[in-house]
Design a protein around this ligand. Structure first.
Ligand SMILES: [Fe+2]
Ligand SMILES: [Fe+2]
Length: 218
């Protein structure tokens, strides 16, 4: 029996700034699923930001954020390919055709992101590929994830996800997610972090992120 609210078919039309903390908390979605949705919203916001930089002729900023996009996308792909897809296939073997396609798209996207870092004017094509890939996951994978895990399995998966994230990537992913989270939701997002992460973010992850990627002031 699952009481969690199934998210809308896809998040393409969702503006994170319009989300209310109470409504988010009321979904009852587990942290791992909220994190997955937050990464997808963040990836779309990142491609929109790079597009703005390119349009404004801010090529150094566009290149810096393209490098960042490549890194966070690679980490998200790793978590999906190594953990989420196998966990779903174990529960619903028929989904393997979908996850194999998504895994192949990850390889294509990783190549596109390397090219984007060299030439940020490719952002229109990359943003379209990223959005189509995320939509496919939100429409075909997210509902199966929600339907096939119970509460304890979500908790276990969340712990497994945290443990599997390479030490060097944890600070980057936390800092990037908080950087792309709208101001109104930032206290909620920070409140979901383990205490040690909150302290590490404040004292070293965020200053290092801001130096490298020029995160917006907050
Ligand atoms: Fe993916
Ligand atoms: Fe994804």
């Amino acid at each position: 029996m699952h009481t969690m609210t199934t998210p809308s078919a896809h998040l393409s039309n969702v503006d994170a700034a319009d989300l209310a903390v109470d409504a988010l908390a009321a979904t009852g979605l587990p942290d791992a699923v909220l994190g997955f949705c937050a990464v997808h919203l963040g990836l779309r916001s990142e491609t929109a930001r790079i597009t703005e930089y390119v349009d404004a002729g801010r090529h150094d900023d566009a290149r810096r954020r393209s490098h960042l996009l490549a890194k966070v996308l690679a980490e998200h792909h790793r978590a999906e390919d190594e953990l989420l897809w196998p966990a779903l296939v174990r529960r619903q073997p028929g989904i393997v055709a979908v996850t194999d396609t998504l895994e192949a798209e990850h390889e294509l996207l990783d190549e596109e992101l390397v090219a984007l870092a060299d030439d940020p004017t490719r952002i229109e094509r990359v943003a379209d590929l990223v959005d189509r890939h995320l939509r496919a996951e939100e429409e075909h994978v997210l509902p199966i994830w929600l339907a096939s895990f119970d509460h304890a399995e979500h908790e276990r998966f969340g712990r497994q996800l945290r443990r599997s994230t390479p030490a060097g990537s944890v600070g980057l992913m936390v800092s990037w997610l908080l950087d792309v989270t709208p101001e109104s939701l930032r206290p909620f997002a920070i409140g979901r972090l383990p205490r040690a992460f909150r302290m590490a973010h404040q004292m070293c992850w965020r200053p290092s992120f801001d130096r490298r990627y020029g995160g917006s002031p907050h």
